[in-house]
Design a protein around this ligand. Structure first.
Ligand code: SF4
Ligand code: SF4
Length: 139
């Protein structure tokens, strides 16, 4: 298969290792996302922000537990808010920033064993553009 006909399955396969759910501060949540998650877990939005979020700049990120994992990560179940997890989590690793800065792909792959390293930049850009386009069409 020539490199330009590669698909997302050729460059990423999640190993379900949970690495991307550990560490502080990565997962930004908008007001709408806070509302969706708070409704999903049966909590009012103000309490949700207080109990499950941390302030980061002018916004919020999901808080971490004492074990250093995202507060919604469970060792056995994985993500416990899967149906409403934030876009950053749903899109990973096919995020728009990689189109503009494809060099970030290898950096991201350093902490995500599901990502194949050293993918040619033209291949990356094409796959991510198609993915984002499909997401936009699907709404
Ligand atoms: S770090 Fe990568 S391989 Fe591991 S769970 Fe997250 S997306 Fe999947
Ligand atoms: S919301 Fe879910 S997928 Fe996202 S970091 Fe937390 S546990 Fe992981």
């Amino acid at each position: 298969m020539d490199s330009i006909s590669k698909t997302e399955d050729d460059i990423f396969k999640c190993r379900m290792c949970g690495s991307c759910c550990s560490g502080f501060g990565g997962t930004y949540v908008s007001r709408e996302e806070c509302l969706a998650i708070s409704q999903f877990i049966g909590c009012d939005p103000a309490s949700f922000r207080e109990k499950y979020c941390s302030v980061s700049g002018s916004g919020y990120v999901l808080a971490t537990s004492e074990d250093g994992n995202c507060i919604f990560f469970d060792d056995k179940k994985g993500c416990t808010i899967h149906p409403v997890k934030p876009p950053m989590c749903r899109k990973w690793p096919f995020i728009e920033a990689v189109i503009h800065h494809p060099e970030n792909w290898n950096v991201m792959a350093g902490s995500c064993p599901g990502m194949k390293k050293d993918v040619p930049w033209d291949v990356l850009k094409k796959i991510i553009s198609v993915k984002i386009n499909n997401q936009n069409i699907a709404g």
